[in-house]
Design a protein around this ligand. Sequence first.
Ligand code: NAD
Length: 315
Amino acid sequence: MPELPVLDHDAVLAAVSATEAVERVREGLLRFHAGEWAMPPKVYLESPPFGDFRAMPARGSGLALVKWVTSFPGNRDRGLPTVTGVICLSDASNGEPLMLLDARSVTALRTGAVAVVAARALAPQGARTVGIIGCGLHGAWTARCMAQAGYGPGVCFDVDRGVAEALAEELSWSVGSRREALGCEVVSCVTPGSQVVVDAGDLRPGMHLNMLGADGPGKAEASIAAVLSCALFCDEWEQTSHGGELTGAVAAGLITRERVTELGAVLAGQASGRPGPAAVTLFDSTGLAIQDLAVAAAALEAWRGGAVQAQTVTL
Ligand SMILES: NC(=O)c1ccc[n+]([C@@H]2O[C@H](COP(=O)([O-])OP(=O)(O)OC[C@H]3O[C@@H](n4cnc5c(N)ncnc54)[C@H](O)[C@@H]3O)[C@@H](O)[C@H]2O)c1
């Protein structure tokens, strides 16, 4: 067996910039929408009371991958990351493993990137100000990707004020209350999803919401009343109806497939985006393996092009 390159956390971030991640994720969503990339729904393996594991496969552009990744909300108190794991990237023509990658950095990059893709597609033209509710790992990467894409200034809110302060200082943004963050034009919610942070009374005409934190069964960051007041978009219907921000409303029979548009269809010009300047748009990101594939493929190319060094293992 030949030596297998391994990209650790820092090597992934050195290989793929936030700007490139945004372009790659956008391209991945388009290819998936066109049926060129394949992705079965992710499989959840509960690990009560700690959290869950997810197995996330995808195939496209001659590559295939599986991401074995976690969401363990209590890990933060134990000094461990909420999200961690490994990606195995393989050649789709012969099954040969091509690279192992740190899943934490790929997940952070592609999650931040999709927030930019959704904001560009759905927020009113000229929207710039950013509210971040939940400034942990993925909130921070969402903010970094938004800032790299030219959005800002932003207002950072977190129940842990120190975390919000650190992010605000890094980006020269400000710390504010939940209400002040919700006063921005593009608001991204990236909390663990155990508590509602957006209610119907928080909605303002023209705002765009990226709901990123509720990515599994039983999680929600918006109340059902808030969800029902919005024009609804998602990354992928199967996932969003079973393990995302819209799941509660779907389970209550208040939302059906016809009410929700996949972002890929909007990007491809095959579905309408924002219904009008006064609408409130809500994008539910559950996190797709094709996003991981898009970023992992970019990392593989960067390594092959000599832009980044890898460790190696022989299996
Ligand atoms: N949609 C996706 O693709 C995707 C990808 C990765 C992670 N996630 C999800 O995002 C969530 C956050 O993940 P993370 O790795 O950033 O976790 P994290 O623990 O690093 O950060 C979460 C932050 O939210 C804050 N918070 C908690 N409750 C809050 C509240 N009510 N109001 C404001 N802030 C609050 C915490 O203090 C913490 O700073 C998790 O549920 C995770 O599963 C989604």
